[in-house]
Design a protein around this ligand. Structure first.
Ligand code: SF4
Length: 370
């Protein structure tokens, strides 16, 4: 630890020892649990993660168990957390550890960074918390707190800022309690030095913080470089035949890979256009009519993309003779598309992006908010 920051660190630990949050992944220093918790905590609130974490480590208590798990079951246990690529990477990572390290989490930084889905932030969290290495976990919280401590106005998302903050955090981190240092800084960033309303009066750094001294915390860090996220319009069609819902599986690579969804079409389609699109995807054995009902509009923001959605429930009706309706799907959907009863469909893993539609059509309830 750099001598210059001993006062900061001792103030931080005095506060942390009295106020630390009692979180399930802090009960022991198992690298597997640190890994799972850090992956779940990315872009997701602590209160949301706690029940998911408890269920996950109960179902998949160790790396070998996760490595042989059915991916669909893992995705189902992830449902509601969003960002499914994280679950996919956990499976890939556990398989990698089994193949390359006999199922035991590796100890060295260069080995940890080779695990699929693990970047510098998670590697530092695991190294400090599970193995006691003085590696700072540099995320948005840490960047905000250190920027304010030192009145640094560089943009939070610039590489130069990150490098500078990392080097300051390296000087600051405690050699004796590196895991506690990272967790304490996370707690300060999440609960006290928040982006819009920091509580400087309760902050352990109050007397040491340049931003607090000048009363201008809002200037630090500087605004992010603007980045516009493209928006894609989609029409979601929940097609229903004999009480069963048409669902397909997304491709195994790319956005929301391997998850289930209703049929959807590009653009915001009128009822007539949506119906034409549905009938171009499904060939029915005999003439069928359809009832179309509008579903709510919804938006979902991914890190790089926004889905701007509208939807319809399309109920196909039997022909006048009452003869059963047989169907076939277009080539693109023939392999993965299938009509499911709502009970069966509720067992499939749908992306959070479709929450509005899975709730409206399948009655699928999400017990948490992102
Ligand atoms: S004193 Fe205020 S601005 Fe400074 S680190 Fe603490 S909460 Fe943030």
């Amino acid at each position: 630890m750099n001598k210059d920051y001993s006062e900061h660190v001792s103030a931080l630990f005095s506060w942390y020892d009295a106020n630390r949050r009692d979180l399930p992944w802090r009960s022991d220093r198992d690298p597997y649990k640190s890994w799972i918790s850090e992956v779940m905590l990315q872009q997701t609130r602590v209160s949301t993660v706690i029940p998911y974490f408890n269920r996950f480590v109960q179902t998949y208590p160790d790396i070998p168990t996760l490595a042989v798990a059915n991916p669909d079951s893992v995705y189902k246990s992830w449902e509601g957390l969003g960002y499914y690529s994280r679950a996919r990477n956990l499976i890939a990572g556990s398989r990698y550890i089994v193949e390359n390290h006999g199922g035991v989490f590796p100890r060295r930084k260069n080995e940890i960074l080779c695990i699929p889905g693990i970047g510098p932030y998670i590697a530092a969290a695991i190294l400090s918390m599970a193995f006691g290495d003085p590696e700072p976990s540099v995320d948005g919280n840490l960047i905000r707190v250190i920027s304010r401590l030192h009145a640094l106005s560089g943009p939070a998302d610039s590489g130069v800022t990150r490098k500078h903050i990392t080097s300051l955090a390296r000087e600051m981190i405690s050699d004796k309690r590196p895991g506690d240092f990272n967790e304490a800084m996370m707690d300060v960033g999440a609960t006290i030095c928040t982006p819009k309303s920091p509580s400087c009066e309760t902050c352990p750094f109050q007397s040491l913080c340049l931003a607090a001294r000048d009363g201008n915390w809002e200037r630090y860090p500087g605004p992010k470089k603007s980045s516009s996220v493209p928006s894609v319009s989609l029409t979601i069609c929940a097609v229903i035949l004999d009480g069963r819902v048409l669902i397909r599986k997304r491709p195994e690579t790319g956005l929301l890979a391997g998850l289930y969804e209703f049929f959807s079409f590009p653009g915001h389609l009128s009822e007539a256009e949506a119906l034409r699109a549905v009938f171009s995807s499904i060939t029915l054995s005999n003439k069928t009519t359809a009832l179309v009902e509008a579903l709510p509009k919804a938006q979902h923001r991914f890190s790089h993309l926004i889905w701007d959605m509208q939807g319809y429930r399309v109920v196909l009706e039997k022909n006048r003779t009452g003869a059963p309706v047989c169907f076939s799907l277009s080539d693109a959907d023939a392999e993965t598309g299938c009509f499911h009863t709502p009970v069966d469909a509720r067992k499939l893993a749908f992306p959070t992006a479709l929450r509005v539609y899975t709730e409206a059509v399948l009655g699928l309830k999400h017990d948490v908010k992102e």
